[in-house]
Design a protein around this ligand. Sequence first.
Ligand code: BG6
Length: 486
Amino acid sequence: MPESIFPKDFLWGGAVAANQVEGAWNVAGKGLSVADVALYKPNVDVKNYKAHVAITSQAIQEAMDDQTDTYYPKRRGVDFYHRYEEDIDLFAEMGFKALRLSIAWTRLFPTGKEQTANPEGIDFYKRVFAKLRSVNIEPIVTLSHYEMPLYLAVSNNGWVDREVIDDFVRFCNACYDNFPEVKYWLTFNEVDSIVRHPFTTAGIIPDKCEEGKELETIYRALHHQLLASAIVTRDLHTKLPEAKMGCMLTKLETYARTCAPEDVELTFKKNLDNHFYTDVQVFGEYPRLILRRMDLEGIDLNIQPGDLDIMKENTVDFVTFSYYMSMTESADPDAERTPGNTVLGVKNPYLPSTDWGWQIDPKGLKISLLELYDRYKKPLMIVENGMGAKDILEEDGTIHDLYRIDYFRAHFEQMREAVNEGVDLIGYTSWGCIDLVSASTSQMSKRYGFIYVDADDEGNGTYDRFKKDSFYWYQKVIRTNGLDLN
Ligand code: BG6
């Protein structure tokens, strides 16, 4: 049998986020998070992601007044809070080496302002980590995955307020103190997404921002997150020297629609913009072209003395990213556009799309790997990848998701090529390894998992778990360390 190109200790696994799987939104002292007020909007076109993530102070108030979970699906997730043992056993059965999950800030610090962590929240994650340990699954923990305390959003306008840095640092340190066995940590999920959905990512409520200053407000909040990221990296390295900190980017690989220089320039700038967040976290400084662009746009980041030194001295150990689709750019204002992961790109005639309009592009994953490794020269981990689709649960409990297997196979082939060509890829965790609530549309019916959860968009169903055909396929992939993709 030929040798696998993937390293022997390659971290095959899956990824979830607390707010999309746990449910149990109001038990054991948990506070409300921004995810708990995300409204499921059944009548809005799923391709109109902007309308799905839109938020106002009034909508938040209405959500707070509503104690049900029917139209707030992230309140119920897929009940991982009560079923984590069964779910982790299923992950172990697939052969997972790693599980990426997040710790809900509001389980530990219900409003974000408490000075000590809620023991019931700590206890829950201790049990989860113990269960993972018992089946030899390595946890990869995201510290912030679209679930900051709602209180901080409402009272401080989220990350706009510099004070929130201290609140986050207190939360992270409580995590390090209580879960020292975790070796892999990530600061902010898709840190770049703050410009696309500032409320989901950073608790910024648009109607609380000064008119005309919305973009500057978002970039200032971003600066706070990047600074916080450096501070908690420093704290991790001090407290747990064996542990590693990673950053996390939405990799939005963009191609020029044509070789017209205007298209190429626009595309170059798109990619520059996509990389700048990771540039800061890896190189410890803002790219000069980005700073100049902000200058030209009249944006002042309000950097305080000492901030840049902290950022320079505390950079990440490895680079992680999500990859779902690629985009195309064109200077032609009439070019037909299609949505991707909360972005709108120009349609690429060479690529098929999912029902949500996301363009499927396995080659783009390889290009991303080569590009990111060449740029950062740090170990890489793909911590999200997958295909949202409507699955059919047959009467006999089977789910024949050949389309998902095809998607993964094509992406793994490209990963294999990239590793062969020299990329230091240390792990792969597919997104939503068990069906979960969609981040953008709050749908349950947009499924990513190898494991089907019997629940619909309004929360009806048994919540029982069923193994899809892809479950057995991924099991074989892991068993052969990526050799057998048939
Ligand atoms: C990523 C997020 O952007 O995409 C996840 O980190 C999200 O939280 C995933 O679920 C897929 O997006 P969606 O909108 O299909 O859930």
